[in-house]
Write a protein that binds this ligand. Structure first.
Ligand code: ZN
Length: 379
């Protein structure tokens, strides 16, 4: 493979701790940063699953006060939810926030952290890039699903029900201050969430490699992530879910997060955002529905970047990705697209964000979005 020139811009302002059992030391991290009062964003279901956290919360003698804010188990990060939390913490002396959960909760934590700034107006937040705020809560993000990489990225995908859009809030201020990655959480994941988040991790590495923006350093991380993913998929398939399986799941999610945070994502993520308010698939399941046709188009238009032989093992990109979808038992997800009651034109209208990062858009222009939409809806 031909080596690219050097054009690399690395920026990971989040302090990252990856450690088995890290969650048990959360109070010492809070004390280390001299935090006095923290808001704990967590869903009811997650709190139930985390006995260690329940024990911590029941002890009242911490230096840092931890105030739980319990979200419903089907919580979706949205502007109306943001307004509720903003009211809850209004004029109170919180100095920090812990978000613990899947990407949706971590993303929500990012907007809560900046909503205390007087210049942040929730109604005009979605779609904005914010590089500076006067006031912000120290944000500790703790992922429990290992897919999104949200704990180390500067974007938050939020649904704005007032304007009917789901899009990102992006910018340097969105990076969490501390990410605590505890692979042990993987063991508590339901099987479907595990499979769907593994696909999300895969997509982050894969799209960052395919992205117009890519560079040789991110390629290195992306390729590493994909080769560990191969081993992990084999283990999943053989039902050998040991400690190293969960370590690897957490690790590839982390590597995928670094990829996304530097190279952004391609069209599958733009489509997934556009469609998620109108279908019932999770982020990872939605991506698995969108992938085969996108990869087919990459190959058809000859705009794909080849993967190293030790990863792809003689397969076409299409065969390689559809095999991953098969191994993760996600082949039925595309039926949800076929049953959507929407025209290709309307799908294209819903697509927002940086589409120019996709190699298909670069070569074929934005009409490729309608072509893909037609294929997705084809019965
Ligand atoms: Zn994703």
């Amino acid at each position: 493979m031909e080596e690219k020139n050097i054009d690399i811009n690395l920026n990971i302002p989040t302090k990252i701790i990856i450690k088995n059992g890290a969650i048990e030391h959360i109070t010492s991290y809070l004390e280390q940063y001299e935090l006095k009062k923290t808001l704990l964003l967590i869903t009811k279901g997650m709190l139930k699953r985390t006995t260690k956290l329940q024990i911590l919360l029941s002890k009242k003698n911490h230096i840092t006060k931890i105030i739980p804010y319990i979200l419903s188990s089907n919580f979706k990060a949205s502007i109306s939810e943001l307004k509720k939390v903003k009211n809850f913490i209004h004029n109170d002396n919180f100095d920090s926030i812990i978000s613990i959960g899947g990407g949706n909760i971590l993303d929500f934590g990012k907007v809560v952290a900046i909503c205390i700034d007087k210049n942040i107006e929730p109604n005009f937040l979605v779609g904005k890039t914010i590089e500076k705020v006067e006031k912000k809560l120290f944000h500790i993000s703790i992922p429990t699903t290992f897919g999104t990489g949200s704990e180390i990225t500067k974007g938050a995908i939020i649904y704005d029900e007032y304007n009917g859009i789901k899009d990102g809030v992006r910018g340097t201020v969105m990076f969490p201050d501390l990410a605590i990655i505890d692979p042990k959480f993987g063991k508590t994941l339901p099987d479907n969430i595990l499979r769907e988040t593994i696909f999300d991790s895969f997509s982050h590495a894969f799209e960052s490699i395919q992205s117009v923006n890519n560079n040789r350093f991110i390629d290195l991380i992306g390729h590493k992530s994909l080769s560990i993913l191969n081993l992990t998929l084999d283990k999943y398939y053989e039902k050998k879910l040991d400690d190293s399986f969960y370590d690897n799941i957490a690790y590839i999610a982390f590597l995928g997060g670094i990829c996304v945070c530097h190279n952004s994502t391609c069209l599958p993520h733009r489509f997934e955002q556009a469609l998620s308010p109108i279908y019932s698939l999770s982020h990872g399941a939605g991506l698995s529905a969108l992938y085969p046709e996108w990869v087919r188009q990459l190959e058809h238009h000859n705009v794909y970047k080849a993967l190293p032989e030790n990863i792809i093992k003689g397969k076409s990109l299409y065969k390689y990705t559809t095999d991953i979808i098969k191994k993760l038992k996600l082949t039925n997800t595309s039926n949800s697209l076929k049953s959507l009651n929407i025209s290709p034109k309307m799908i294209a209208k819903r697509i927002t964000g940086k589409i120019e990062n996709d190699p298909l858009i670069k070569k074929e222009g934005s009409h490729i979005i309608e072509i893909l939409s037609q294929e997705y809806l084809r019965k």
